[in-house]
Design a protein around this ligand. Structure first.
Ligand code: HEM
Ligand SMILES: *[C@@H]1O[C@H](CO)[C@@H](O)[C@H](O)[C@H]1NC(C)=O
Ligand SMILES: *[C@@H]1O[C@H](CO)[C@@H](O)[C@H](O)[C@H]1NC(C)=O
Length: 332
């Protein structure tokens, strides 16, 4: 007679069930040890190339963080953003949010060629982007997290997805929240992840509207501190200077901390999409205050929300491919 299932067997099956069936309905799931046997040095190699790039250019940490975001919001975290135009592929690099703005492609290329030497045809470009985003955050003072791995790379890109899914800096609070919810992210994720704007730069063109004509009546955005606005106008004129760069966090521009949220409380968020987190929703205002008061709490939630964002519809199992070069799909 077969022995009855032990209490502990039942318990362990129940304990692992959510792990196997949550996150993505398409079967397959991500886990941090994915390359443990197939490419044990993968994480170390990624970290060293990212560290070198950030040493040469501190802004690169911010750029790599944003690159992963702009990947994940378009067909999931599948490295679609890295594809150049060719054949039937129209690159996402030319979308409104990305054109003359998104950076870091060369760093991903360098990581990929190092990984192809170490363990050919093994590590996906989508996973490289996810790990590089984590390493970047840590390098500029953020808290680390374990990156679930096993994403595969897309065989296509979506220019319209890039234009439509990624929020614009002059979108309303409600539009931004809706765009996050469509990705399975909530208001807590929205506020925490917006904290990325504690590092990196924005071009004048991304916030000019606030300085001169916020709502079409020739008036500036009065939710922006007016002496800060006057200061910004000196390098962001009514016309021209579109590409002039400004720190998103003018207090500690290269440190990953909660001063972004403190700036919002002082009406000194650079983008309209930043300031609306304080002014247009009671719930998000409470979160802004919470993170402004407690850096640990912010860093901790940021890490959790990054894992959640990194889980947006990955290609797993036999779907997609492991690209040989991140800019082009494989030829067969
Ligand atoms: C909530 C909606 C968001 C909007 C509307 C938004 C918009 C923008 C804009 C307009 C810029 C400046 C681009 C330029 O002028 O070249 C920017 C930069 C940046 N964004 Fe966001 N963003 C959002 C959320 C996020 C999220 C979720 C992340 C990461 C998880 C992120 C990370 C960054 C970083 C790090 C930069 C600086 C990049 C650099 O210096 O290269 N943003 N964002
Ligand atoms: C937002 O900015 C875009 C690009 O500059 C512009 O075409 C659009 O009219 C603006 N939308 C609003 C609501 O101001
Ligand atoms: C402000 O924008 C509106 C429409 O977006 C335009 O009709 C108006 O001329 C602009 N005013 C100024 C002072 O630029």
């Amino acid at each position: 007679m077969a022995p009855p299932m032990s209490f502990f067997m039942v318990l362990s099956i129940l304990a692992f069930a959510p792990l196997c069936f949550s996150d993505n309905i398409n079967g397959g799931y991500l886990y941090p040890q994915f390359y443990e046997h197939s490419c044990p040095k993968a994480q170390e190699i990624i970290k060293s190339v990212v560290a070198k790039a950030v040493e040469e250019d501190a802004r690169m940490a911010a750029s790599l963080l944003r690159l992963h975001f702009h990947d994940c919001f378009v067909q999931g975290c599948d490295a679609s953003v890295l594809l150049d135009s060719s054949g039937t592929i129209i690159s996402e690099k030319r979308s409104n949010p990305n054109r003359d703005s998104l950076r870091g492609y060369e760093v991903i290329d360098e990581i990929k060629s190092a990984l192809e030497k170490e363990c050919p045809h093994t590590v996906s470009c989508a996973d490289i982007a996810a790990v590089a985003a984590r390493d970047s955050t840590v390098l500029v003072g953020g808290q680390g997290w374990e990156v679930p791995l096993g994403r595969r790379d897309s065989r296509g890109a979506s220019l319209s997805g890039s234009n439509n899914n990624i929020p614009a800096p002059n979108n309303t609070f409600q539009t931004i929240l809706t765009k996050f919810k469509r990705q399975g992210l909530d208001i807590v994720d929205l506020v925490a992840l917006s904290g990325s704007h504690t590092v990196g730069n924005s071009r004048c063109t991304s916030f000019r509207q606030r300085l001169y004509n916020q709502s079409g009546n020739g008036q500036p955005d009065f939710s922006l501190d007016q002496s800060y606005a006057a200061q910004l106008r000196t390098r962001c004129p009514r016309s021209g200077g579109d590409q002039n760069l400004f720190n998103l966090d003018f207090v500690t521009p290269t440190k990953f901390d909660n001063s972004y949220f403190k700036n919002l409380l002082a009406s000194k968020g650079l983008l309209s999409s930043d300031q609306v987190l304080l002014t247009k929703s009671e719930a998000s205002m409470e979160l802004v205050k919470k993170y402004a008061m407690n850096n640990e709490l912010f860093l901790d939630q940021f890490a959790k929300s990054m894992v959640k964002m990194g889980n947006i519809s990955p290609l797993t199992g036999s779907r997609g491919e492991i690209r040989n070069r991140c800019r082009v799909v494989n030829k067969y």
